[in-house]
Design a protein around this ligand. Structure first.
Ligand SMILES: Cc1cc2nc3c(=O)[nH]c(=O)nc-3n(C[C@H](O)[C@H](O)[C@H](O)COP(=O)(O)OP(=O)(O)OC[C@H]3O[C@@H](n4cnc5c(N)ncnc54)[C@H](O)[C@@H]3O)c2cc1C
Length: 596
């Protein structure tokens, strides 16, 4: 058996690479295993969220990533040949990162790999061509059976991060499964190289396009004159048929010429089949093994939350694991990884499921209602709200045992990411936070030497920021914030009371076991993500089998009649006291503009 390793990472996909960079930077020298020989030519995830960009910047990703990726912030939705909806996500010169950038997954992986390699041979060991076959655990660690170029060997570990993708061998070997829903609808996904043509870098969706009636088509522009085209295809056709040139080329050509007015020659350079899944493990930790990315959860791509949520997993897990390995935090901290990231998965799934109503309707009834909404979108606000894609945003860890949650919401809410505001010296707030310990952030116009001394005595990094550095919407109303290495707020404090601070620190590091929110099965995800009134009515009508919806015309009449109550309500909103302190989660309006 080879020497026991502190941390082994299974999988050099984007999630495993991010974990390895974060652990390598913290001196843990992970062993990274992957059966591939190198980064594969696979396009897959192309839309990288603002939060992932923040994380990439924070872990020091090779600058080439930002040079290559194409920023975007807007989108257009068409029904047949009508423009029925447009959105513009907030993006100004004050923002460090665009709401999204487009870049092929293989480039993201290459920039991550370059970053890892640039840390040097002492930071990590990458073993290409090595696959985990099975895993066994005991009290103090585990042993992986690995097959490598020279045969099988045993690799003992203290901790194993399973980032080995959707078909995770580690997950199967430990007897775990993903739970939830898989959808019937199928998309053929192609990257095409288009000669000399120009198309705006924004999200374009066509429902029922004249080029391919009954289908849905999505187009995104990527670097190097390559365009992504997703085409919903008839489920009765074989995968091999829809992937073949004879089927795909005329379909793409028809859409480019008839709908987009592009007559330039194109070449298909990558193609794949995609079916939506909304699945998650129940727990992301099994003793010494921690699951991250697609190994832990699969989210429909119609919310671009797959890779993005995996990067968040990596960022959440790495600092916790490093602190536990270094003996600076209790193992309990690692249980908060499941609480926090599974909570994020449920929120992602809840939003993505709403997107699939439109992008891949689960049955004919949904389909008829969806088409009726599209027909009404030009005239009705609620219809536009329904087709508005739901933007992926950073999750607020409210139900976490390591966050001192005060239930008050507002700016700088505990569990949320602190906004990376521009500081007077030109740097950004995230750049001055510690990565190896908690930061005490003083919100004060004056230098506070007492607070700096208290912070030092408790082993905290100290930063002081004037309140007017924050804009009004994000300005904290408290005096101090305790910030974690992943930029999430662990606690907010009105004053610097030694006991209160000690409590918050201990809690943030898992030293004070707490009861957390009850477990929600992934099938009950609608309990987690609030429905807007329009979404609630839509889902109710889609499920109500007594009510006949034979065609789109009838569905439009039903929607106009039923949605009237929402129009009346929004014209005469109830007074605050009528809403009550604890509105049903399915009643509150949390719609966000954004991109799928
Ligand atoms: C068509 C398509 C489009 C998508 N678009 C988007 C998008 O725009 N935005 C977005 O956020 N997400 C998107 N996704 C999802 C995204 O691609 C995945 O969520 C992402 O790849 C997950 O990363 P990962 O590192 O967890 O897993 P993977 O990328 O699957 O990497 C897993 C790694 O583990 C390795 N491995 C496998 N078995 C073993 C083993 N036994 N031992 C060791 N290593 C092993 C594999 O070789 C691989 O390198 C898309 C997916 C598809 C299919």
């Amino acid at each position: 058996m080879s020497p026991r390793q502190r941390v082994v990472v299974a999988g050099a996909g984007p999630v495993g690479l991010t974990v390895a960079i974060e652990l390598g930077r913290r001196g843990l020298k992970p062993i990274l295993l992957d059966p591939r020989r190198e980064i594969a030519w696979s396009s897959r995830a192309i839309c990288i969220s603002r939060r992932s960009q923040e994380i990439f910047r924070r872990i020091g990703i090779n600058e080439g990533f930002f040079d290559k990726a194409l920023p975007w912030s807007s989108g257009k939705t068409f029904h047949r040949d009508h423009l029925v909806f447009q959105f513009q996500m907030p993006f100004s010169d004050a923002d460090r990162f665009a709401p999204f950038v487009n870049i092929q997954q293989l480039y993201t992986e290459r920039f991550l790999l370059d970053t890892l390699e640039s840390l040097g041979a002492d930071a990590s060991e990458i073993r290409w061509g090595h696959a985990i076959q099975s895993v066994k655990q005991d009290d103090g660690g585990g042993v992986a059976i690995v097959s490598g170029p020279n045969g099988q060997y045993e690799l003992a570990f203290d901790w194993l991060v399973a980032a080995d993708g959707a078909r995770s061998t580690v997950r199967a070997s430990l007897g775990h499964a993903l739970h939830g829903t898989s959808y019937e609808g199928r998309y053929v996904i192609a990257d095409i190289k288009v000669e000399g043509a120009v198309w705006p870098v924004e999200r374009h969706v066509w429902f029922d396009p004249v080029s391919n009636p009954q289908s849905t088509i999505i187009v995104h522009v990527q670097p190097e004159g390559i365009w992504r085209i997703d085409i919903q295809t008839n489920p009765s056709l074989e995968d091999n048929t829809v992937l073949g040139d004879a089927f795909l080329e005329p379909l793409i050509a028809q859409h480019l010429t008839v709908v987009m007015g592009i007559t330039s020659p194109f070449e298909i350079i990558w193609r794949s089949i995609y079916r939506a899944h909304a699945l998650s493990m129940d727990r992301y930790r099994d003793q010494r093994v921690l699951f991250a990315g697609d190994a832990a959860h699969l989210v429909p791509i119609f919310g671009v939350r797959g890779l993005n949520s995996g990067i968040d997993d990596a960022h959440n897990l790495a600092w916790k694991l490093a602190m536990v390995v270094q003996g600076r935090a209790d193992q309990q901290l690692l249980d908060s990884y499941t609480e926090e990231r599974r909570g994020a998965t449920l929120e992602n799934l809840g939003n993505a499921i709403k997107s699939t109503w439109f992008m891949s309707p689960p049955n004919l009834r949904f389909r008829i209602l969806r088409d009726a909404v599209l027909c009404l979108a030009e005239s009705k606000i609620w219809a536009r709200e329904l087709i508005n894609p739901r933007q992926s945003s950073a999750h607020t860890y409210r139900a976490s045992s390591v966050v001192t949650y005060d239930g008050d919401g507002g700016p700088a809410e505990p569990g949320a990411v602190i906004p990376s505001i521009r500081l007077p010296d030109g740097r950004y707030l995230h750049e001055v936070l510690a990565t190896d310990r908690l930061t005490l952030l003083s919100i004060s116009a004056e230098a506070d030497t007492n607070a700096a001394d208290v912070a030092a005595s408790q082993g905290l990094h100290f930063v002081c920021v004037a309140p007017d550095s924050f804009d009004e919407a994000s300005r904290p109303s408290c005096a101090f914030l305790l910030i974690r290495p992943d930029e999430h707020i662990a606690a907010r404090l009105t004053s610097l009371n030694a006991l209160g601070l000690k409590y918050a620190i201990d809690r943030a590091l898992g030293r004070r076991p707490q009861k957390v929110a009850s477990f929600v099965a992934v099938e009950n995800v609608d309990q987690v993500v609030p429905y807007t009134p329009a979404e609630e009515l839509f889902s109710h009508l889609a499920a109500e089998s007594q009510l006949a919806l034979p065609d789109v015309t009838v569905a439009m009449e039903v929607l106009l009649r039923e949605m009237m109550s929402i129009e009346v309500e929004s014209a005469h909103p109830p007074r605050r006291e009528q809403i009550g302190d604890h509105p049903s989660p399915n009643k509150s309006n949390k719609g966000k503009s954004g991109a799928d």
